[in-house]
Design a protein around this ligand. Structure first.
Ligand SMILES: [Zn+2]
Length: 123
């Protein structure tokens, strides 16, 4: 009798979800009431908002890290006078620099020129 009473009191979640065929009400029993509507733990608007805020914060942190790595790589490219920010598909921006063969040859030529100047100026 008690189980039947509990079942009768059980509310249906107000969220509609796509089940692969149609958009119908979520089948998970509701557990909280928000603004006059009942929701299950998954679709509780407060928990949904908290999950979204957490995800957005993580995304913003990642964007900030990527922007920082891009600025670092751009400063290195500027200092080298060659190359472009390195991007790895598995790691994103690392602050590293990718040199083409031509870029590398230019940098090597500059280093050799500087080494020659340094040798000429040795006492
Ligand atoms: Zn639900």
């Amino acid at each position: 009798m008690k189980a039947n009473a509990a079942n009768a009191e059980r509310k249906q979640c107000s969220e509609k979800v796509f089940d692969g065929v149609c958009r119908c009400f979520c089948r998970i029993p509701a557990s909280v009431e928000r603004g006059g509507k009942w929701y299950c733990g998954t679709h509780d608007p407060e928990r949904v908002a908290a999950r979204r805020a957490k995800r957005n914060a993580a995304y913003a942190l990642e964007r900030e890290r990527e922007d920082s790595m891009l600025r670092l790589a751009e400063a290195r490219v500027k200092a080298l006078g060659a190359g472009r920010p390195a991007w790895r598909s598995d790691f994103g921006l690392s602050g590293g620099v990718t040199l083409s063969a031509e870029d590398a040859d230019r940098v090597i030529a500059r280093i050799r020129k500087l080494e020659a100047i340094a040798r000429d100026n040795e006492p």
